[in-house]
Structures are given as C-alpha cells and as structure tokens.
Ligand binder design. Structure first.
Ligand SMILES: [Zn+2]
Length: 100
C-alpha cells in the first residue's frame, strides 16, 4: 500500500504591538510580575475581550508577505482548558477560520 505524507505546520508568531492581543494592557517584557494585567486578561466574569486592530493588521501583512490566502471572514474561538497557572481556564484561539 502506498502512502503520501501530508504535513501541516502550526506556526506561532508574536507581532510587535504596544498592547496585548485582547486588552489594552501594555505588551512589554521586564515589568514586575502581575503589574500589566486587567480584568480582561485575568478572565473575570462578564469581561469582553476586544481584538487588537494593529495586531490583526500586522498578522495580515505577515500573511501577505508569506503568500498566504487572506480570509475575508475570520473568527476567534474560546477553548476551555484547565491550566494550573492560568485561573481563567480558557484560551482564545483561531481554530477553523484564521486570518491567513
Ligand atoms: Zn489586560
């Protein structure tokens, strides 16, 4: 029997933005622990994450530079997990309809 190897890559890239992806907290390294947080990034009940426009713009730009197809429609998904070090227990991700 013949098989064809099909290999997919999931690539994680951090775009350089002034604020985090889903809130206005500063996105910078070297600050004291737990100083760049807010109710949104802590996942408090009732908060609403808002995607960072500049991060999306830079993501699409990176997709264009790497010859990706740019989606006309995209969405985010909330994946619930238990993380011992992350009390909100979910991750916001793009599952089936990513930007690129
Ligand atoms: Zn925040």
């Amino acid at each position: 029997m013949k098989y064809e190897a099909v290999i997919g890559l999931e690539t994680h890239i951090q775009v350089h933005t002034q604020s985090k992806m889903f809130c206005s907290c500063a996105n910078k390294y070297g600050a004291e622990p737990n100083t760049l947080v807010c109710p949104v990034c802590m996942g408090y009940p009732g908060v609403l994450p808002v995607p960072n426009r500049e991060a999306i713009r830079r993501t699409v730009k990176a997709g264009m530079l790497t010859n990706c197809t740019i989606a006309k429609f995209s969405k985010f998904d909330r994946k619930s997990y238990f993380y011992p070090d992350m009390p909100k227990n979910y991750q916001i991700s793009q599952y089936d309809l990513p930007f690129c």
